[in-house]
Structures are given as structure tokens and as C-alpha cells.
Ligand binder design. Structure first.
Ligand SMILES: [Zn+2]
Length: 235
């Protein structure tokens, strides 16, 4: 495991649901933002089905999740939040989604793109990775490498741009950890904002956030970390 230090000028996080970026990479995104990096969070789904309850109406859940997302983004200090509004459960790695992502990559021109590792399906015999995470992860990978970097793909979507590095979260093959000790409190505050997903027991949620980050930081000897599979892209 390698201790990775990055200071990107511009970063783009592409996640399926309104809470995913904060849970997976909130510490890193907050840290980069505080160092002057323009951080853009792209949320592909509208969050309208993210409930185990039976009383919840999809329209009002979508609105609640949108306002939680906006609040959390303010906490992290990101430059912009872009929502693509696919209904939960209906996202596909299709040409339309890849085209939208390529357009965003070419407009924002990030050095680093952060997102789901779509190859991770089962976790510890107790969790199946959400289909939206997998489809969003594949679409993001395909949009970054090679589509955005090659001008003949989606020529109507702007000038080609080569992303320098991918950082994939929720992975079974992490190879880097980024020290987030300075921003772990910010991350915890952003995560608890998503009360519709995680519940109102703020202290318990914070404990989980700190516990996971402590575990991720241990291999590189820091108090709190976030782990990723890193892919350096060159051509
Ligand atoms: Zn999710």
C-alpha cells in the first residue's frame, strides 16, 4: 500500500447516488478543495428509490436527497454539483450516459477523476454492490479511457482531454491510501447530512466514518485515510 499525495488543479468525482461521494471520498475531496482545487461532483441518479421504508414517496425522497446533497457539497467546499437525474435503478452504461460524461470531462478538464470501482460486486458475503454503482463505474471508466481523450469519440462534445489519473473507491484492490487526517471532521459532517439514507443517529454514523478511515489509514501509518485503486493514464 502506497501513501499517495496529490494536489490536483481540478478534480471530478462521478458517483451514482447523492451520498456516495461523501461516504467514499469526502475526506480527499474536502482536502483538495481546501487547497484550491476546483472539485466537481457529478451525481448520476436522482436518489428517488433510496429507501427501505414503505411510506416513502419517490418524488419527495428525490427532493430531500437533492437538498441533502447541496448541503453536503457546501460542507466539503466543492466548486459545483452536477446532477444527471437518472431514476435510481435505471442507470445504464449506454452511449447517452457516456456522451454526457465525456462532455463534462472535456468541459471541466480534470487532472483526476474519482469514482466507483465497477469490478467489485460482492463484499464480505453480506453485501451486493448496487447496480447503479456498477453501471456508473463502468460508464465513468469508458468515458475517461479512452473516449474523452480521443477526438473521434463524441466530436460534438468538445476538445479531447486526457485525464491523468483515476482513483476508484469501493474496491477490492486498493493500492494507495490518501491521508485525510486534516479533513476527517469535515467528511463526517458531510456524511451525516444524508440523514434520509443513514438515519438520525449522528453519533453512531460519525463513529462508523472515523472507524473506517482509521482502518484505511493504518497501512500507511496515518490517523485517518481513504483507500483507492489508482490508475495512472498515459498515452
Ligand atoms: Zn449509492
Amino acid at each position: 500500500m502506497r501513501n499517495l499525495r496529490l494536489q490536483p488543479r481540478c478534480a471530478m468525482a462521478v458517483y451514482a447516488h447523492p451520498d456516495d461521494a461523501d461516504v467514499a471520498a469526502g475526506g480527499v475531496l474536502a482536502q483538495w478543495a481546501s487547497e484550491g482545487c476546483a472539485v466537481h461532483v457529478v451525481v448520476v441518479c436522482d436518489g428517488s428509490k433510496g429507501s427501505h421504508g414503505t411510506q416513502t414517496d419517490a418524488g419527495s425522497l428525490r427532493d430531500v436527497r437533492r437538498s441533502e446533497l447541496v448541503l453536503a457539497a457546501k460542507v466539503l467546499g466543492v466548486e459545483s454539483v452536477i446532477t444527471l437525474d437518472r431514476p435510481d435503478g435505471e442507470v445504464d452504461n449506454d452511449v447517452a450516459l457516456r456522451g454526457e460524461l465525456v462532455g463534462l470531462i472535456r468541459r471541466l478538464r480534470p487532472d483526476v477523476v474519482v469514482g466507483h470501482d465497477p469490478t467489485a460486486t460482492f463484499f464480505g458475503g453480506v453485501y451486493v454492490n448496487h447496480r447503479d454503482h456498477r453501471e456508473t463505474g463502468w460508464a465513468m471508466l469508458d468515458a475517461v479511457a479512452p473516449a474523452a481523450a480521443m477526438p473521434l469519440y463524441f466530436p460534438e462534445r468538445g476538445a479531447a482531454h486526457q485525464v491523468g489519473r483515476l482513483l476508484l473507491s469501493g474496491t477490492h484492490e486498493p493500492d494507495v491510501v490518501i491521508d485525510v487526517s486534516r479533513t476527517i471532521d469535515v467528511k463526517a459532517t458531510a456524511v451525516v447530512t444524508h440523514a434520509s439514507q443513514l438515519g438520525d443517529d449522528t453519533e453512531a454514523i460519525r463513529e462508523v466514518v472515523y472507524g473506517r478511515a482509521e482502518q484505511s489509514g493504518r497501512p500507511i501509518g496515518v490517523a485517518y485515510g481513504e483507500a483507492f485503486r489508482s490508475v495512472e493514464l498515459t498515452f
